[in-house]
Structure formats: structure tokens, C-alpha cells
Design a protein around this ligand. Sequence first.
Ligand SMILES: C[S@@+](CC[C@H](N)C(=O)[O-])C[C@H]1O[C@@H](n2cnc3c(N)ncnc32)[C@H](O)[C@@H]1O
Length: 651
Amino acid sequence: MTAAVYESSTGKEYRLPTKEDILAFEIAQVSLNPLFDEIPFDLPLEHVPRGASRVGGGSAFSIQPFGVNCWHQLFNTRQLIAIGTFIKYTREATRTMLDAGYDKEWSTSISSLLALAIDRLADRGSTVCSWTVGWDKIRNTFTRFALPYTWDYAESVPIHDSSGGYPGSIDWISRYVEHASRIVPAIASIKNESAIAERNTTYDIILTDPPYYDAIPYSDLMDFFYVWLRRSLFGLSSETDIAFSKPLSPKWNVELQDGELVDDSGRHNGDRKESKKSYEDGMSRAFASCHEALMRDGRLVIVFAHKQPDAWETLVGAIIRSGFVVDASWPIQTEMANRTRALASAALSSSVWLVCRKRPESARPGWDNRVLDEMRHNIHNQLRDFWDAGIRGPDFVWAATGPAMEAYSKHPVVKKANEPGKLMEVSEFLRAVRRLVVDFVVGRVLTGGDETSASGLDDVTTYYILHRHDFGIQDAPVGPCILYAISCNLSDRDLADRFDILLRTGGLSSADDDDEVDEEETDADAEPDEGTGSIVKLRPWHQRKRKTMGYDAEGHPAPLIDQVHRLMHLWKTGDVAKVDDYLDSRGLRKNALFLHLLQALIELSRRDEQRDETVILENLSNHLQARGVAPTRSVTLPGFGDDDQNEAGSE
Ligand SMILES: C[S@@+](CC[C@H](N)C(=O)[O-])C[C@H]1O[C@@H](n2cnc3c(N)ncnc32)[C@H](O)[C@@H]1O
């Protein structure tokens, strides 16, 4: 023990530990075993996950190499005694309620809620909970969906009414119960069943928030809580005994091909291909099961929050194959404000809700050209409506995707008119949709209204405009940038390495994107710099110095933005003849897109207060307008060493 923190009249104070503090810690050891002798299943000796894979679900666990092999080893003796004592008396409370004549259902519900309070206590009372220096409080174990090792920790006082205490846990749970019972007047029936299983009931609506590939190893993380719930609730009812019959929560059952759907190669002997396939097949079977269980005019609503469009496309493909028509999608802000506090406005703070209905059995195969025409026709007005409703950033792309999908998904398959025997895949269709949507947005940025003017703009320049429009030249979270990149048929890697347009400026690992912030942490007391995710930014034009920039490579015409940046470098050298040669050789003087782009860049650079950039762009623009006036080499070009002229912005 290195320090004790206590409340004073002026706030938190720190002092050295006393002999009594240390003694109190040491004597706890004596009562540990007798206490757990009274509790079902004794101390949690069940194993923590190995964290087998470097990527995917298993990467969330890094505690085993530090000697933490069993769940109880995540707690010190005193913490175990606190949890064990609360379990003992929660079990006793159940008996007392039944003795006092409480209805069995009531006492089961109350005991279950009390057991959740113990889990909250464990979350704030493990040796993973570190001290937040800036905020003078204890972090919970799951500040993100991972169980990392921490080198030091803070121990809360579980009986105290402060962060990590039991009274606070009870308070949060009561507040939830009050809130939920106001919203859902009927009693919800919650069953622990696999979504893959067949059902005998039919439903009007099935609403699901499915797992996404390797994003979060839910059942492994759940075991942290499960081991304590099992000890608190076993014996309560036949249902709880079934739910807690196994030492750990359900994982993937190879024999039954059922269980938790997660892409974690650790579950498949390290076989990554098998892991992905098993996840995708399982999801398809779950959607097929939804189709079976849904009324003819029912709706399946699926919540998507994954940042990777290829993951998204595979799942949408599975939904369509299961017999659904996707006909609407809405981004809904589902995350707490503080959860995404460090992300810019265009981050995926929303999840996308896809609305699907059953495809009539009479539906016929479609043809790609007609499907695309229908999609373009349908989506046009909708894009304007979404834009006018103020939807922006990647949310705009997602909002438009659902309505656009209808034209495609109303057919069981879409054939290619010009390639007999071939089908148009969902990814190909979605690429066309996204391109249409980004052209719309870029059209708005370039001309303030005429979305058609952007069609024909190359992919890299389109990306540049979207990125610059949303994030300027500042750091941006990589999630929406990836989404934009894919919308432009590019990847973030292409943009960084091949096109030299994106800079990786840091941030935490991608797992940190999924930071879960405890409810106790409000916006006002949230830590400023946690969970920012990976960060990128646009490379400033003056740092784009590759010799080939702005010149065509074999089969690859130079992106328009590269041509602008090449011109800016040429202008900066002061050699106007070279500027003119370049303009003429590329036919830029008559290129309407180029002129729109130049104007848009002037406005964006002004907004971003990039004075040097603005000056050069303005001078280039003026130079173009002053056609016929052919400056000579001896002319000192504006923008270099002559501020007055720069301000005037003319030649
Ligand atoms: C994205 S999470 C849902 C989170 C939930 N909406 C919430 O706010 O807590 C996906 C959930 O699907 C569960 N899951 C995975 N495989 C399943 C299966 N075969 N049947 C039912 N649920 C499954 C995971 O355990 C996880 O809890």
C-alpha cells in the first residue's frame, strides 16, 4: 500500500498508509476461506480466457502472462471478503423474504437485482481498477471491453457511499428499475436462448442488436460477472439453476454448431478462416430463424454499429439471402454523450437501424441496370430530405443506404445484364449507392447545391473534399475516415501510403474505440483524453512532396487534388511559365471541375485559417481568370515575400 485517500472539507486528501491500514489488510486473510465455505462453488477458481489470438476477441485479455489464471485472482483478499460477504447476506435476504411470505417471483426478482449490485461492486472493486489522477476517483474494471493488466490499483471502500460503494450500486439499480418500469409497463420476459434456435412462436417485430465479428468478446468478458452471479443466485429457482448450470457462460459448441457468435480464432484452435466462417454462417442461420419466426407483415429491425463496411456488407448480404427486403435505415444516436466525447461530430456516434420486411415469395430475379436505375430514381428526393434534416457526415451515407437497398433487395438475386450467369453482389451494389451519396455531398460542398457537378470527380479528390469538409486539417477519428474511404472505393491504407494524403497521427488501439463509460461518469467529470481511438489527419499540401505527385502513372490519371497541389508547389517556386505549362498540358483552364475544386479549396482553407494556402490558391485562381495576360519569368509572383500583394490577392 502506498497511499490512502480520504475526504476532507476541501475535497480529497492523500496520506501515507498507517500501521493500522496495513494490519487491516493483512488480517483479512484469516476470514477468507471460512466465508467462502458458506457460498456455493467456493472461490471462483474458473479460468480466465487465455487471450489466444493477437487480433479479434482474444486480444482483449492480457492478464494471463502476469499470473492471473483464475477469476478470483483479479481481486485481493479484502475485496474477495467484501464480495463474499455481500453474496452471503444477499442469499440470506432471499430466505428472509420467503420466510416473511413474499411472493416467490418478487423475491426472485429482488434477489436478482441485489446480485447485480454485487457485480457492480466487483466492477469497481478488482485489482484492475486504477486511480484517475485528474479526477480523484476509481476507474471501473471495464473502462473498455477488455481485461488488461494494470500495474497498480486503487481499492474502494465497499460499504461507503462513494464511488465503488454498495449504496451507490443499489441506487443505480433502483433508478434503472424505476425508469424501465415507466417505459415498459408490461413485464418483459427475458430468456437465455440462442438466436440460432428455432422458435414455435411468431412475432410482429424482431429487433436485434447482433454481435459484430471480433469487435467484442462478450461471453469472455461476461464471465467476470457470471462467476459472481452464479454464486449469488444458484438455488434461487429452477430457471436460475439452468441458466447457471455451467461454471462459465455459454461459448461456441462445435458439436451443436451453436452458441456465442463471435469471430475469435481462439475458439477454433487458432484457425482464423474457420472462425470467420463459423461467425458468418451462424449469423445467416440466426437471420433465417428470424425469418421463420416473423409474421407475414412483420418487421425485422437490426441495429448496426460496425465501422467496417465490408463486415456490414456481409451481414446485409446474409439478411437479403434469408428472404428480407431492406427498405429503410436510420442513424440513431444511441451512445451516451460522454462515450463518444473525444470523437468529432461525424464519428459513428449513432448506430444504424435497418428496417426489413419479408420478401414476397413471388419475387423474381432482377437485372443490374434496372436495379441501379430504380435506386437512383428512388434515392434522389430522399437525399435532399436527409440533407435538409441536417444529417451529415458518415451518418448521411448510412441514412441513405437503407432506402437505396430496397431496389436491390426486393429481388432474391440480381443478375448482370452484360455478363450472363453472373450476379451483382451486395457489395457491388452498395459501392454504387455510396458513390452516389458521396457525389451528392461533394456536389454540395463544391457548388453549394448542384450535386450532379461532382460526378466525374476522381476517388481521391472526392475523399479529400469529404474529409476536409468534415474535419478540416485537424486530427480526425479513423472510423468515419475509413467509412468515407470505402465510400470512395479506397482504403485508409491507400490514402496514407499510396496517395500520401493521410497522416496517421496516433491514438490508442482500435479496441479503445469501444470505450464503455460508466454511468457514474458524466460529461462534466469525464476524463478528457481517454478512448480517442486511432487518429488521422490530412497531410498538408506543403508536405506532399513526392516527385510523381500530379503526374499520370501508367493507367492511373493523377487525382485532381494532386494536380492542385502540384500547381501550388510550382507557384511557390515563382516560375509562372511552369505553372502555365502545367495548366495547359493538363487542360485545366477549361476543366469546370478543377475550377469548382479550386474555389471550394479557397473557402475551406479560409475556414481553416490556413492563410498561406488561401493566398496561393487565390493567386492561382486569379491567374486563371486573367487569361491572356501572360506573366513572364521575371515577374515576382504574389504570395512570396510581398504581403501587400498577397492581401490584394491579384497579379
Ligand atoms: C452488440 S451486443 C448487444 C448489446 C445490447 N444491445 C446491450 O446494449 O447490452 C450483441 C449480443 O449478442 C449476444 N450473442 C452472441 N451470440 C448469440 C446467439 N447465438 N444468440 C443470442 N445472442 C447472442 C452477445 O453475447 C452480445 O450480448
